[in-house]
Each structure stands twice: as structure tokens, then as C-alpha cells.
Design a protein around this ligand. Structure first.
Ligand SMILES: C[S@@+](CC[C@H](N)C(=O)[O-])C[C@H]1O[C@@H](n2cnc3c(N)ncnc32)[C@H](O)[C@@H]1O
Length: 203
């Protein structure tokens, strides 16, 4: 399919999508907010959370949600892309996979944190296995970082794609965390291969 046909299809889909309309009415920057909200409603990920890191945060709806729910806490968001300032959120523009970005995050908190969330994704190619591998690598990088930066009772949530890297990511998560669940929120598009991994309590 030609590139401008793909973008037209994407725009048409956006117009029809109830979550896109809802996010506009409610003042959120992306429909992605509802995925995090649904994960939170099911798994209570924000219980006793005072410090949180949002990886792949732009345009910022997850950070908006975190800043509404975490009162008197500390939130940091990082993305490759610039995004508009969010109240109470410290923002870094940079590549999370670079060591210097990780150092900046660590220095900002100077102690272990309660929650790491990652919605990091690169543009999907439509090739199920390639998309799964690329997102799987981002997820594993974030998971290792979370392992080192989380409090014992900390939580790690990440996007991952069904496909060839799925089993590896889940089995790695089980080595690091005591509780591991995989969940596709109702607001995640049915034709998308994405799911989320919800991990709690370090081993
Ligand atoms: C699906 S969007 C995130 C949407 C966001 N959760 C929200 O609610 O607005 C995925 C983001 O991951 C970012 N990303 C991908 N690779 C990254 C990396 N290595 N470092 C930082 N951000 C990255 C992209 O720039 C993109 O903005």
C-alpha cells in the first residue's frame, strides 16, 4: 500500500475512534491515556506510588494521568521527541537507550522509585516479527533499568508486541518479578498486536 494511502486510512480511523474523541473532550493529549487508566483500574498500579518514571512519554497523556493521580510526588518523563510541558512532571528529551539518558534519570531521583512505565515504541512496519523484536528490545532495556531502580515493592508496566520476542520478554520478567501478568486493555485497538506486561514486586 502507498504511504499516503496508509496515512489516509490512519486519519479516517482516528476520526471514527471513540477514544480519540473522548481524549479530546477530556483534555488528554492522546487516546493512550485510556490504556493506562484501564491497566490501573484492573491492577491498582498506582497504589502507594509517590515516584514514577514514564519512558516514551510524548505527547504526554500517560504523564498527565500520573500527575493527576500522584499527589506530592515526583514524576519524570523522557522521550526522543519534544513535548509540551506537563504540570509537576520533569521532562527529558533524549534517547532512553543511551547510557547518558539513564544517568540523568538516576541523578534526578537519587533514590529508588515506586513505578516505571514504558509505552516506548518505534513506528511499526507491519511485519509482525520485526515489530515484536524491536519493541521487545525496548521493553527488555526498560525492564533491566527498572530492576535496578525500583524499590522492592516497585512496579513495572510496559508495552510489548505479540510475536517472536513475546515469550523471551515474559520469561525474563518472571526471573525478575514475583507477579507478572499480560493484559490487552479494551481501548487498545483490536487490530494492533500490542499488549502490556504488568510486573510487581522484585524477587
Ligand atoms: C506510543 S508513543 C507514547 C504515547 C504516550 N504514552 C502518551 O500517552 O502520550 C511512543 C513513544 O515512544 C518514544 N520512543 C521510542 N523509542 C524511544 C527511545 N529509545 N527513547 C525515548 N523515547 C522513545 C517515541 O518517540 C514515541 O513518542
Amino acid at each position: 500500500m502507498k504511504k499516503n494511502k496508509i496515512s489516509k486510512n490512519w486519519i479516517n480511523k482516528q476520526h471514527r475512534d471513540i477514544y480519540v474523541r473522548k481524549s479530546k473532550i477530556e483534555g488528554y493529549r492522546s487516546r493512550a491515556i485510556y490504556k493506562l487508566e484501564e491497566i490501573d483500574q484492573k491492577f491498582k498500579i498506582l497504589k502507594e506510588v509517590h515516584t514514577a518514571i514514564d519512558l516514551g512519554a510524548a505527547p504526554g497523556s500517560w504523564s498527565q494521568y500520573l500527575s493527576e493521580k500522584i499527589l506530592n510526588g515526583k514524576i519524570l518523563a523522557i522521550d526522543l521527541l519534544e513535548f509540551k510541558k506537563i504540570n509537576k512532571v520533569h521532562q527529558i528529551i533524549g534517547d532512553f537507550s543511551k547510557e547518558e539518558s539513564k544517568q540523568k534519570i538516576i541523578e534526578h531521583f537519587d533514590k529508588k522509585v515506586d513505578l516505571v512505565v514504558s509505552d516506548m515504541a518505534v513506528n511499526t512496519t507491519g511485519n509482525k516479527n520485526l515489530d515484536s523484536i524491536v519493541t521487545g528490545e525496548l521493553c527488555l532495556d526498560a525492564m533491566i533499568f527498572a530492576k535496578n531502580q525500583l524499590n522492592h515493592k516497585g512496579k513495572f508496566i510496559s508495552k510489548l508486541f505479540m510475536g517472536s520476542s513475546f515469550n523471551e520478554v515474559v520469561s525474563e520478567a518472571k526471573k525478575i518479578f514475583k507477579e507478572v501478568r499480560v493484559f490487552k486493555p479494551p481501548s487498545s485497538r483490536k487490530d494492533s498486536k500490542e499488549s502490556f506486561i504488568i510486573c510487581k514486586i522484585l524477587r
